[in-house]
Design a binder for this molecule. Structure first.
Ligand SMILES: *[C@@H]1O[C@H](CO)[C@@H](O)[C@H](O)[C@H]1NC(C)=O
Ligand SMILES: *[C@@H]1O[C@H](CO)[C@@H](O)[C@H](O)[C@H]1NC(C)=O
Ligand SMILES: *[C@@H]1O[C@H](CO)[C@@H](O)[C@H](O)[C@H]1NC(C)=O
Ligand SMILES: *[C@@H]1O[C@H](CO)[C@@H](O)[C@H](O)[C@H]1NC(C)=O
Ligand SMILES: *[C@@H]1O[C@H](CO)[C@@H](O)[C@H](O)[C@H]1NC(C)=O
Ligand SMILES: *[C@@H]1O[C@H](CO)[C@@H](O)[C@H](O)[C@H]1NC(C)=O
Ligand SMILES: *[C@@H]1O[C@H](CO)[C@@H](O)[C@H](O)[C@H]1NC(C)=O
Ligand SMILES: *[C@@H]1O[C@H](CO)[C@@H](O)[C@H](O)[C@H]1NC(C)=O
Ligand SMILES: *[C@@H]1O[C@H](CO)[C@@H](O)[C@H](O)[C@H]1NC(C)=O
Length: 653
C-alpha cells in the first residue's frame, strides 16, 4: 500500500528526478572546506560541437590571437574563438588507405605546432606516423600541404601512446615511440636549424613524458635550457619502493651533441633529478606526475612550475616549484653514484660548442646523469578528486596584488577554481562541463579571462569572471574570495580600481556597514528574504522545510522558538524534517547560514495550524490521500517527506 501511495505521488513530484537521478556523491558536503564553495552553472559562453565524437583532440591556441587550431580524427580546423565560426576546415586523411586495417585507418592528429612560418601537423596516419607542413598560416588563406615527412618519433602510432612536442626558435623537440608497440620513447630534437640530437638509451627506463618547457633568459640566451618532465620506472627493485618515479630533466638549447668521435648526435648536457611532492617526515609521497603548468616570471629563476601528481591511494596533490629550486639541484648537487672530483666544465653546463667538450665531462653525463639531491616540495593542495589537468592564471585583485588561481580538471568533466593565497588553498567554485566525458584539453586565455576546454563532443569557452554569481551583497562578493571580482556600488563586478575585496582572508569587515557590526557577532546579520513563506499544515502529519544552499563552506541551521536544529543536506538543499506536526512545531522558522562569522537569514517560514474537518479520514482510513480544500499545498510535501526519508535511510545504509 505504501508503494502505491508513493507511485501516485512520484508522478506529481516533478523534482523527484533530482533525488534519484543525480549522484549524491557528486554534490559537495556542507561545511567542509575541502569541497568547492559554490557550484556554478551556465558559465559557458561559446560552444563548438564536433560533427562526430572525437576520441582525441589537440589544440594550438596562442593567447592574443583569436584563432584556435584544432586537430581531430582526419581533420585540422581553424576556428575563431570569439564566435566559434570555422575559418577553415582542412581534411587530412590517412595516406595509402588501402594498406591499413579498417579500424586503424584513422589519421588522428596528435601534433600541431607553429614551426618555421608554417603550421606543422602530425598524425597517426593509420599506424604510419606522418607530418605535414601546411602553408600559409596567415589569415584568410586556405591551407595547402607544402611538404610531408615521415613522422615516427614525433607522432605516436596510435593516439593513446605517450608523446609530446615543443617548438623552440625554429627547432622541433619531440618525444614519441619509435616502435609501433609504443616502446623506445626518446626525447629528441627532431627537426629544425640545429643538429638533431637524442638520448643515450640507458638514461631513462620506460618513461612517460608529461611536458617540456623552454625557459627564456633575457640576458644570456645561450644558457637557456629546455626542461622535460616525465615519469619513469624506479630502478630500486625493493618491494616497498614505488614502482614509478617522477623526474625533471634538463638539456641546453645550444647543445649540438658530441664530436664525430664521441657522443655524436647525443645530448651532452642531459641531467635528471627526482621531482618529489610529499611530506618527508611522514614519508608520504605523491609519485605519479600527471600534468605540468609553467608560469613565466620576469626573472626566470622565479618561473613557477605547478605540478599535479597522483598517488597509489587515489589522492592527488599539487606541488609548486621554481626554476631556481630546480637549478639549485642541477648546479649544486653531486652526481648520483659518482664520488670522484667533478671535471671542468661541470657536466650540464651550456657551452657554445658542445662538440669540443672534454670527454671527462661527457663521460659523467653518459654514466651518471642523475643528481643525488631531490627537487622537493610539500604539497600545496591535497585532494581526493581525481584531477588530470592543471592551468594557472595570474590575476590582479582589487588590492593591486597579484594572485594565482589554479584551474584543475577532474576525470569526470568538472573544473575546480582554486585560489593560491596564504598557506591554505581555497576552492572557490566547481563548474561542470559534462556528466560523462573527461576533459581532453584545457587552454588558458589570461587576457580575455577565459578557458578554452575540449571534451569529446565539443569545445567550450568558460568565462572565468562570473561575478554575478556573488552579486547579492558585498559580503557575498567578499566571502567568495575570487580575485577576478570585487564589490562596487553597482554590485559584484570584474575587478576595477577602488573596488572592495579581501582575497587574503575573505573577512567581510571591508564591506561598508560591516565594520562596526563585526565587533558583535550576534548583530552581524543580513536578512535576505523580506517575506516569510506561510504554510498551513494540519496536526499529526509529517512535514519538511527546505532552504537553498548558497555556499558549501557555510554552516546551516534551522532556528525555531529559540532552539536551533541541524540542517539535513539533500543535494543542494538544506532540510528540516518534522516527523509529525505537534503543537510545538508551529510558528516561525529561520534557515540561517554562518560563514566566517557572517550570519545570514536565508529563508523564513511560518507554519500555522490547519483545521481539518475530519482528520482521521485524511490519513488513517486509507493510504491514498485525497485532497481537502486548502490542503493541496501540504499533500505534495507529505509525499516528498516519505521520499526523502527513504532516500535518507538509503544513504545512511
Ligand atoms: C573512438 O573510440 C571508439 C571506442 O574505442 C571507437 O569505436 C571509435 O571508432 C573511435 N572513433 C574514432 C573517430 O576514432
Ligand atoms: C583577408 O581578407 C580581407 C577582407 O576579407 C582582405 O582585406 C585582406 O587583404 C585579406 N588578406 C589576405 C592576406 O589575403
Ligand atoms: C582507487 O581507485 C580504483 C578505481 O576507482 C579502485 O579500484 C581502488 O580500489 C582504489 N584504491 C584505493 C586505495 O582506494
Ligand atoms: C648553489 O649553492 C650556493 C651556495 O649555497 C648558492 O649560493 C647558489 O645560488 C646555488 N646555485 C643555484 C643555481 O641555485
Ligand atoms: C583518474 O583519471 C585517470 C585519467 O582519466 C584514470 O586513468 C584513472 O583511472 C583515474 N583514477 C581513479 C582512481 O579513478
Ligand atoms: C548533467 O546532468 C544533470 C542532471 O541530469 C543535468 O541537469 C545537467 O544539465 C547535465 N550537465 C551537463 C553539462 O550536461
Ligand atoms: C548586481 O546587483 C546590482 C544591485 O546591487 C544590480 O544593479 C546589477 O544589475 C546586478 N548585476 C547582475 C549581473 O546581476
Ligand atoms: C589603479 O590604481 C593603481 C594605484 O592606485 C594604479 O597604479 C593603476 O594604474 C590604476 N589602474 C587603473 C586601470 O586605473
Ligand atoms: C552584542 O549584542 C547583544 C544583543 O544586541 C548585546 O546584548 C551585547 O551586549 C553586545 N555585545 C557587545 C560586545 O557589544
Amino acid at each position: 500500500m505504501k508503494r502505491l501511495f508513493l507511485q501516485t505521488w512520484i508522478l506529481l513530484a516533478a523534482d523527484f528526478q533530482l533525488i534519484l537521478g543525480a549522484g549524491l556523491k557528486d554534490t559537495p558536503t556542507l561545511g567542509s572546506k575541502d569541497t568547492p564553495r559554490l557550484l556554478i552553472r551556465d558559465i559557458i559562453t561559446g560552444t563548438f560541437e564536433y560533427e562526430t565524437v572525437q576520441n582525441h583532440s589537440v589544440f594550438l591556441y596562442q593567447e592574443y590571437s583569436k584563432e584556435l587550431y584544432v586537430g581531430g580524427a582526419n581533420f585540422v580546423l581553424k576556428l575563431d574563438v570569439n564566435n566559434y565560426h570555422i575559418i577553415e576546415k582542412f581534411p587530412l586523411t590517412t595516406t595509402e588507405q588501402q594498406q591499413c586495417e579498417e579500424e586503424s585507418c584513422e589519421n588522428v592528429i596528435t601534433v600541431i605546432e607553429k614551426f618555421q612560418d608554417s603550421l606543422f601537423v602530425c598524425g597517426t596516419n593509420g599506424h604510419r606516423p606522418q607530418c605535414w607542413k601546411l602553408f600559409p598560416s596567415v589569415q584568410n588563406q586556405t591551407f595547402e600541404v607544402m611538404e610531408s615527412y615521415e613522422g615516427t618519433g614525433i607522432s605516436p602510432f596510435v593516439h593513446t601512446q605517450n608523446y609530446l612536442s615543443l617548438s623552440v626558435e625554429g627547432d622541433l623537440y619531440a618525444a614519441a615511440p619509435l616502435d609501433a608497440d609504443g616502446s623506445s620513447l626518446q626525447f629528441r630534437r627532431k627537426a629544425g636549424s640545429r643538429t638533431n640530437v637524442w638520448m643515450y638509451d640507458s638514461w631513462v627506463s620506460e618513461p612517460t613524458f608529461i611536458s617540456a618547457s623552454w625557459v627564456k633568459q633575457q640576458y644570456d640566451p645561450d644558457d637557456e635550457k629546455i626542461y622535460v618532465f616525465f615519469r619513469e620506472k624506479n630502478s630500486d627493485p625493493s618491494p616497498e619502493a614505488d614502482p614509478w618515479l617522477s623526474r625533471v630533466g634538463r638539456v641546453c638549447k645550444v647543445d649540438e651533441g658530441g664530436s664525430k668521435r664521441f657522443f655524436q648526435n647525443m645530448w651532452t648536457s642531459f641531467l635528471k633529478a627526482r621531482l618529489v611532492c610529499g611530506f618527508r617526515k611522514e614519508s608520504l609521497y605523491f609519485n605519479r606526475l600527471q600534468d605540468i603548468y609553467v608560469m613565466d616570471a620576469e626573472d626566470w629563476h622565479d618561473t613557477k612550475v605547478y605540478a599535479l601528481f597522483s598517488s597509489s591511494w587515489n589522492s592527488t596533490a599539487v606541488c609548486v616549484y621554481s626554476i631556481g629550486m630546480i637549478e639549485d639541484v642541477f648546479e649544486n648537487s653531486t652526481f648520483k653514484g659518482y664520488d670522484k672530483e667533478i671535471p671542468h666544465p661541470r657536466p650540464g653546463t651550456c657551452v657554445s660548442n658542445s662538440r669540443s667538450l672534454p670527454q671527462a665531462t661527457i663521460n659523467i653525463i653518459k654514466d651518471y646523469p642523475e643528481m643525488t639531491d631531490w627537487v622537493h616540495a610539500a604539497p600545496f593542495y591535497v585532494s581526493s578528486n581525481n584531477y588530470t589537468k592543471i592551468v594557472v592564471d595570474r590575476v590582479q585583485a582589487a588590492d593591486q596584488n597579484m594572485y594565482n588561481v589554479l584551474f584543475l580538471a577532474t576525470d569526470s568533466g568538472k573544473i575546480h577554481k582554486v585560489l593560491e593565497a596564504g598557506s591554505e588553498p581555497f576552492i572557490i567554485s566547481e563548474t561542470r562541463l559534462s556528466n560523462t566525458s573527461s576533459i581532453q584539453v584545457m587552454k588558458l586565455d589570461s587576457e580575455k579571462k577565459k578557458l578554452v576546454v575540449g571534451i569529446s563532443e565539443k569545445i567550450s569557452t568558460v568565462d572565468l569572471q562570473r561575478c554575478q554569481e556573488y552579486n547579492s551583497s558585498c559580503a557575498d562578493c567578499v566571502l567568495a574570495r575570487d580575485p577576478y571580482c570585487a564589490w562596487t556600488p553597482s554590485g559584484c563586478v570584474p575587478t576595477v580600481n577602488g573596488s572592495i575585496q579581501n582575497i587574503m582572508n575573505g573577512g567581510i569587515s571591508v564591506c561598508p556597514g560591516e565594520e562596526t557590526k563585526a565587533v558583535n557577532r550576534s548583530k552581524r546579520e543580513t536578512t535576505w528574504p523580506n517575506s516569510r513563506t506561510m504554510h498551513s499544515v494540519p496536526q499529526n502529519v509529517p512535514f519538511y522545510l527546505s532552504c537553498p544552499i548558497g555556499s558549501y563552506h557555510a554552516e546551516y541551521t534551522w532556528e525555531h522558538r529559540g532552539r536551533s536544529f541541524p540542517c539535513l543536506q539533500m543535494l543542494s538543499s538544506c532540510l528540516h524534517l518534522i516527523p509529525s506536526m505537534a503543537q510545538e512545531n508551529y510558528g516561525d522558522y529561520e534557515c540561517v547560514s554562518i560563514e566566517r562569522n557572517y550570519r545570514k537569514v536565508v529563508k523564513k517560514y511560518r507554519l500555522i495550524e490547519q483545521e481539518l474537518p475530519d482528520e482521521s479520514r485524511y490519513f488513517k482510513t486509507n493510504n491514498v490521500p485525497y485532497q481537502r480544500n486548502g490542503a493541496t499545498t501540504v499533500v505534495p510535501q507529505i509525499a516528498w517527506f516519505t521520499l526523502l526519508a527513504e532516500a535518507v535511510l538509503g544513504i545512511i545504509k
